[in-house]
Write a protein that binds this ligand. Structure first.
Ligand SMILES: [Zn+2]
Ligand SMILES: [Zn+2]
Length: 229
C-alpha cells in the first residue's frame, strides 16, 4: 500500500522570508522527513547555529531525532550550524563531498563522517548526486524519489551549475517534479521547462527572471513552510 506522501520538506534556513515565529538568516537548510523510512535528515545547516536550532525546534522537532546531516559544500552559509548540531547529537552521521573530507575530519574527529564521491543512495529513495565542481569547491545535491517516481532535487548553492545536477538526476527518474534551494548563477532557464514546483531561493541570482518566466510554477520559499511530495 502506498503512503499518503513520501517526503515532507521543511524549510529551516533561508535568506528571504520567514513565517511568524521563525527566523531568517544568510544560508540554506532544509529538514526532510522520509516517510518511507520514518527518519529525519537535515540538508545543510545555514550560517548561524542559534537561528537553525530555533527554526528546527519551532517545527516541534528536536536535534536528537535527526539521524543524518548532508552538507552540500564547504561554505560557511551551509556549514555554520553543524558544530552545534553535532554537540547536541553525537550519533548523527555527516555526509560530505569527498573533496572536503579532510577539514570535516579535522573539525569532527570523533564523528561518523561519510564521504560522497559518486551517486549514492543515502537511505531509502534519498540519493546524493555525487560530488561535482572544479578545483577546490565540490558540491553535492540531493535527489528524492517519491513512490510515484517523481523526483525532487534539493540544491545548496549549485556552484557547479544547476544543469549538472538536473542532468545527473535523470539516472534516477525523468520526472523532475520540484527543485528547491539555491541556484546561484544558473541562467539556462530552459532546463526548468516542465518542472511543476520551482523553489528558487537563497543565492539564486536570476530569481526575478525565473519568477517572471515561470510565474505559475514558482514557489516563494519561506522559512517555516513545509511541502509534501
Ligand atoms: Zn556556496
Ligand atoms: Zn550558499
Amino acid at each position: 500500500m502506498k503512503s499518503d506522501f513520501s517526503f515532507e520538506i521543511k524549510i529551516v534556513y533561508d535568506d528571504i522570508c520567514a513565517q511568524p515565529g521563525f527566523l531568517t538568516g544568510f544560508g540554506f537548510s532544509a529538514l526532510i522527513y522520509n516517510n518511507l523510512s520514518k527518519t529525519h535528515l537535515l540538508f545543510d545547516t545555514g550560517s548561524k547555529d542559534d537561528i537553525l536550532i530555533h527554526n528546527i525546534n519551532k517545527f516541534n522537532i528536536t536535534v536528537p531525532e535527526i539521524k543524518k546531516v548532508i552538507i552540500s559544500h564547504n561554505h560557511y552559509d551551509h556549514t555554520g550550524g553543524l558544530k552545534e548540531i553535532y554537540q547536541i547529537n553525537h550519533d548523527i552521521e555527516i555526509y560530505v563531498p569527498l573533496h572536503a573530507v579532510k577539514s570535516f575530519i579535522r573539525d569532527y574527529p570523533e564523528a561518523q563522517v561519510q564521504t560522497i564521491s559518486d551517486l549514492f543512495e543515502i537511505e531509502k529513495n534519498i540519493f546524493s548526486s555525487g560530488q561535482f565542481g572544479d578545483g577546490f569547491l565540490k558540491e553535492q545535491s540531493l535527489f528524492l524519489k517519491t513512490e510515484n517516481n517523481d523526483l525532487i532535487i534539493i540544491s545548496g548553492c549549485a556552484h557547479p551549475g544547476l544543469e549538472t545536477f538536473i542532468l545527473k538526476s535523470k539516472i534516477i527518474s525523468n520526472e523532475i517534479k520540484a527543485i528547491i534551494g539555491g541556484f546561484h548563477g544558473f541562467r539556462n532557464l530552459n532546463f526548468l521547462e516542465g518542472i511543476e514546483f520551482i523553489g528558487a531561493c537563497h543565492c539564486t541570482q536570476k530569481i526575478r527572471e525565473i519568477k517572471q518566466r515561470f510565474s505559475e510554477q514558482f514557489i516563494d520559499i519561506c522559512v517555516g513552510n513545509s511541502y509534501l511530495f
